[in-house]
Design a binder for this molecule. Structure first.
Ligand code: 5RP
Length: 223
């Protein structure tokens, strides 16, 4: 079984959490791409999607699924997304794909957050994966100095040799060297830095359910 087989298995398991004729919140990343492929198979019973990135919106539209803006969607039942790291308590680091701010907003608006991941993403303590922080461009150096005071080693994210620009027009700092024993406290502290738009800790609002694909099958973890 390859890692892609495991991602697909987690994505398939998430379909059981999609109510009939519902609006579905859709995350971003390679695991979510498998979920979009599964959604396409049941699109006759999907009312529409709310998407967390331009990349996922494009795939959803190509699959024939309507994409609504969050402002037009109203309340909706479920948000499905991947993670870069997840603990057994369902706190996560996200944002490896750079979509953390919209992911956090769409997740916040959903009744239930279902995380889909292969077992390689499960950790006891968050922080081996560099923590993404989205910043307003003019605040980048200031925020980086403040993150150093919190014990991190921030690095400006590049893509194809140029500064990475998010869907919101902002920069990303990837922060290494954080051993995150208090994810809620650190998420809150980073949010207080002027110029931070969002950080990739999803602990204040973690997942409600995690579908973790292992070779032996998909395990369901609940808060
Ligand atoms: C994107 C994310 C993704 O959920 C995270 O990076 C996991 O991606 P993948 O499924 O490709 O491993 O947070 O911003």
């Amino acid at each position: 079984m390859t890692q892609d087989d495991l991602k697909r298995a987690a994505a398939q398991a998430a379909i059981a959490y999609v109510p009939d004729d519902a609006i579905v919140g859709v995350g971003t990343g390679s695991t979510v791409n498998f979920f979009i492929a599964e959604l396409a198979k049941i699109k006759s019973r999907v009312k529409a999607a709310v998407s967390s990135s331009e990349a996922s919106s494009k795939l959803l539209k190509e699959a024939g699924i309507d994409v609504l803006s969050l402002n037009d969607a109203g309340p909706f039942a479920v948000y499905v997304d991947g993670a870069d790291e997840i603990t057994p308590h369902l706190a996560m680091i996200k944002g490896g794909g750079g979509a953390l701010t919209r992911e956090k907003i769409v997740a916040a608006a959903a009744d239930q957050f279902v995380c889909i991941a292969d077992a390689s993403k499960v950790v006891d303590v968050l922080g081996t994966f560099p923590l993404p922080v989205e910043v307003i461009p003019m605040a980048r150096s200031y925020v980086a100095r403040e993150l150093v005071k919190l014990g991190g080693h921030p690095e400006w994210r590049m893509k194809d040799g140029k500064p990475n620009v998010t869907d919101n027009g902002n920069a990303i700092l990837d922060v290494r060297g954080m051993t995150i024993t208090d994810p809620v406290g650190l998420e809150t502290a980073i949010n207080q830095i002027a110029g931070v738009v969002a950080n990739g800790l999803f602990a204040r609002r973690g997942a409600d359910v995690a579908l973790i694909a292992r070779r032996e099958g998909v395990a369901t973890l609940k808060r």
